[in-house]
Design a protein around this ligand. Sequence first.
Ligand code: HEM
Length: 168
Amino acid sequence: MIQIKPRSSDAARMLPTVGTWATAATEERDVNTEIIRESWSALAGHRREFIEAFYARLFERYPQYRGLFPENMNAQLERMIEMLSSLAEFAEHAHLLEPHLRKVGFAHRKTGIHASDVENFKDTFLDTLATFAATGDADTQRRAWREAFDEVIIPLFDEGLERGRSVS
Ligand code: HEM
């Protein structure tokens, strides 16, 4: 079971495990869910702007990625916002996110991306977040989101991606 442990709230609020995909990603995780939730909520009203800034930065740093995406990025921007909103909303019940995050990884099976691309994605995300972090301690937020990527998003994403590659 994935447990993203809320550091300052009651662990007993966690729901029971669902699903039986026992893998490395099912070990206990330690992510500061409160910070994730708070920082995402602080972006309310600026989320679209934030995601646009993220992709602009990603394509500026790695122009080779642009061609993988459709010219019109609207749907992509909305899906990223949805994914991040679910992550923030269900951060303390992360097992509920497992199927969705695997599905997101699966959806990348034809992109030919590697672990280094995912690291580029994560670092660009963290750097963009730092420029938007109007409230709170920017270092703490960066750490919490880095943990969320390293401990939860990427392992599940990778599982879905691997599965996708094995069936394609
Ligand atoms: C952990 C890292 C990543 C996350 C969380 C993520 C998230 C997402 C999400 C939520 C979608 C929409 C999926 C859907 O159709 O429902 C998507 C699609 C996509 N992602 Fe990623 N992504 C990641 C890494 C990457 C990387 C490194 C690349 C390539 C440089 C990439 C390229 C794409 C492309 C090409 C699409 C499909 C766009 C389209 O045709 O609409 N992703 N991603």
